[in-house]
Each structure stands twice: as C-alpha cells, then as structure tokens.
Design a binder for this molecule. Structure first.
Ligand code: ASP
Ligand code: MG
Length: 433
C-alpha cells in the first residue's frame, strides 16, 4: 500500500487535474490511496465565505459564487459537453453549501461554523478528480475521509482519536483499499457529535500520514510544486537548494519553525512506524525529490523559514509588578485554551513578549482572556518572522550581508527592519517590521 498526497497547487486548473491523473497512473503501483486538497486557493476563498457568513455581512452568497465559478471553469474544461460524469455530484455539493450558508441557524461558535464550511473545498476537489479519472476509464473509489478520521471536537485544530480511527481504517477502509484505487480528502475528520472537524490549516499532509501509519503503508509521497524539501523558499532566497535526504528529527524541527513544505504533525506517526516520506515535484515526477526517513542524511546547510502576517503580543501587569511564574502559568493556559501557539517568546522582568500567527478570531479572544486576568496586552501587527534552523556545527544567525539581501533593495522584505533577534538552541529568529 502506498499513499500519495496532492496539494492544492497540483489541481489548481484542468491541466493540473490531468497531470495528477498521469502521475497516479505512472507511479501509483497496485495499491494506492490518494489524498487531495482543495483546488488552488479554494481554502482561502472559503475562509472569506465563512467570514461573511459569521459576521452576516450579506456578502456570503456572492463570495460563494466566486468559488463555484472557479470550479465550473475547471469542470467545463475537463468534461467538455459531457454531462454524464461528475457534474451532478458536484452541483449537489454546491447546493448543500448554498443552503447551509442561507440557513438561519448559523452557529455563534466561529470555529464550529468554520469546520462545517471549509471542508467543502476538499469534497468538491476530490469529486472532480475521481470523476475525471472515471471519465478516463481509470477505476477508482471516492471515499469520505470523515468516515475514518475520528477526532475530538476541538474545532479548527482537532485531535485524532487514534483507537477509533485505527479500528475504522483496519476494518472498513483497508478491505476496500486492497481492491480499489482510493480517492479521499485530507484535512477533515468527524467530531464527537458527528459534525465535521478539521486538523488545522495545511492539515492534508497529516491526514496522509494518519492513513499511511494505520494502513501500514510502505511509503507516503507528498507531491508538490517544488522539487522537494528546500533549505529556503526559492521564490524568496536566490541561494535556496534542494535537500535530497533528511532525518525525521530535522523534518519535525523544520516543520515546527514553519517550513510550509510539511505540516508539523505529519512526521510523528510516520516516525513511530518507520514509514519513509518522499517529497517530490508533480511538475518533474521522475526526479527523486527528498526522502525523509530515520536513516536520512544529517542536515548540512542552514534552513531559512519565513512567516508573514505575524503579531507581536506584549503582555505586562497593570501595576508594574514583575511577570512571575504565576502569570506565566496563566498566560500559557490562556494560549492553549485559545489555540494560540507562540512562534517566538521572550520574557523580561516586566513583560512577556510573544509572536503569533495572525488568524481570524484567535488573538482577540486571547487578549480578552488575558485582560480578564488583570494583565495589559498590546498587539502590534503586520510583522514578519524569519527563522534560521541550522545544523549543530554552524555558527548562530545570519551574516549582515544575508540580512541585507532580505531587507535591502530587491529583497523580499525590502524596507523592513530587524526589530528583535533571538537565538535558541537550534535556531535564530528575526522579527521584522
Ligand atoms: N486545504 C487545506 C488548506 O489549504 C488543507 C490542506 O491543503 O492541507 O489548509
Ligand atoms: Mg490546501
């Protein structure tokens, strides 16, 4: 059994879908489960719909129609004049979404609402691909991942219930997968009351790893629009290079610091079972890409990871007393409850500072909770975080020339300044604004 995962970029248009079909045929082998993300930037577009829906702006349907128009163009191209394949299924998903957005019962829990809508991106995408394969006489079985991936009900960041999931994967999914090519979704699961949950943005890699580890797959392959795991984003750093092999441990660290090439939770289940992960390019499918495995190569070059849209939280007491252990305990508890993770932290006598991702409906509730504890919270936005993860032998940090290449003329953060620098055990972080 092998697992393939195709991200949104691989199916962003009709040509992409055709290419995915050819990669499956050429490299899939006899037993294959394929996880496919929402097409192109659909997840972001659906986040827009959710925003309008939740805040009742009156623009939810309008933003939804844009999502449909985008998919319709792909459909028209793939199934020219042929209504037999697929369109029915897909129009039905459209209708379901339209009715949901129109219904008067919109929940007041943002994260719950989010999960009920966002997963339609993957449902529509996988239906299109599955039906396209059928139209090309490539037999396959479309399956709803929510039937197997059982989670708790922590919306937008659900945790897998491993025992229940394993039972369903073993008893229900495996027998079908032994006989059929499976097309399924990443990112989505089912919560305690049967509702849709999601595993966090970019969670499809994690889904592929869950399926792979519970099915005892021989390997997982993530097909991307880059050659493999690079030590930096080639669009931002001219000296970016391909890493052909890497250990699970280094991959976990890189993902943790925000290297978008692999979702942070993806590696653990694979490491536990010793299943190798390949990251390969769907544009050059013959190329070997990167192999992530226990016996992977030691990292030889520093890796640079850039995260945009960061917020700096400056938390202090109102009476200028020290930020002490009790405060820290409460701050971390509030962060955990509000599903906020610190990308960088610093603590001084009077202040606790941390940098977090700017996600809708995350920092405001956190701010309120902290203020409720009698703390003062200042938030500064529009910041960038640059992290450098390095092999142990390397000197800390970036040279002045390397920094100048980023913030100087022509650099991808031209005009910004380093506001703060911090070195931790294996990484250096630069906050820019
Ligand atoms: N479509 C979801 C996202 O973009 C999940 C994924 O692609 O991994 O976050
Ligand atoms: Mg996606």
């Amino acid at each position: 059994m092998k697992i393939f995962k195709f991200g949104g970029a691989s199916v962003k248009d009709a040509a992409g879908v055709r290419n995915v079909a050819s990669v499956i045929q050429q490299f899939g082998g006899s037993e294959l489960l394929v996880v496919i993300s929402a097409m192109g930037k659909t997840t972001n577009a659906l986040e827009d719909v959710i925003h309008h829906c939740f805040h009742q702006t009156g623009k939810a349907q309008e933003s939804l129609q844009k999502v449909f128009a985008y998919h319709d163009e792909i459909l028209e191209n793939l199934f020219q004049g042929d209504d037999l394949f697929g369109k029915n299924d897909i129009k039905n998903l459209y209708l379901e979404l339209e009715c949901f957005v129109d219904s008067p019962n919109i929940q007041d829990d943002y994260d719950f609402l989010y999960d009920q809508i966002i997963g339609f991106g993957e449902l529509i995408s996988t239906k299109i691909v599955s039906n396209y394969l059928l139209s090309q006489k490539i037999a396959n079985q479309w399956l709803d991942a929510r039937n197997f991936i059982i989670t708790d009900s922590r919306h937008r960041d659900a945790r897998v219930q491993w025992e229940a999931t394993e039972r369903l994967v073993q008893n229900r999914l495996l027998p079908i997968a032994r006989k059929n090519l499976i097309i399924s979704q990443g990112f989505i699961g089912r919560g305690f009351t049967g509702e849709t949950t999601t595993l966090g943005r970019e969670g499809s890699d994690y889904s592929a790893a869950i399926f792979g580890s519970l099915m005892g797959a021989e390997s997982i392959t993530i097909w991307k629009d880059v050659a493999g795991v690079m030590n930096a984003d080639p669009k931002k750093f001219a000296d970016a290079e391909l890493i052909d092999g890497i250990t699970y441990t280094d991959a976990i660290e890189l993902a943790y610091y925000g290297a978008s090439v692999i979702h942070p939770k993806t590696i653990q289940p694979l490491q536990a079972k010793g299943i190798p992960l390949y990251v390969r390019s769907f544009l050059q499918p013959e190329a070997a890409g990167t192999k992530v495995a226990a016996d992977g190569k030691a990292l030889e070059v520093p890796c640079k990871i850039h995260k945009s849209n960061q917020l700096l939280l400056e938390i202090s007491t109102k009476d200028f007393t020290f930020i002490a252990e009790d405060h820290l305990k409460e701050i971390f508890a509030s962060m955990s409850v509000n599903k906020v993770r610190a990308n960088m932290m610093q603590n001084s006598a009077l202040e606790f500072r941390c940098v977090i991702d700017n996600k809708e409906n995350r920092h405001e509730p956190l701010k309120q909770a902290l203020e409720g504890l009698g703390l003062r919270v200042k938030i500064q936005g529009d910041l960038d975080l640059l992290s450098v993860y390095r092999p142990t032998s390397e000197a800390a940090g970036l040279s002045d020339t390397a920094i100048a290449a980023v913030v100087g003329e022509g650099g991808f953060l031209a005009g910004k300044k380093v506001l703060q620098q911090q070195n931790t055990g294996s990484a250096s972080h630069y906050l820019l604004g």
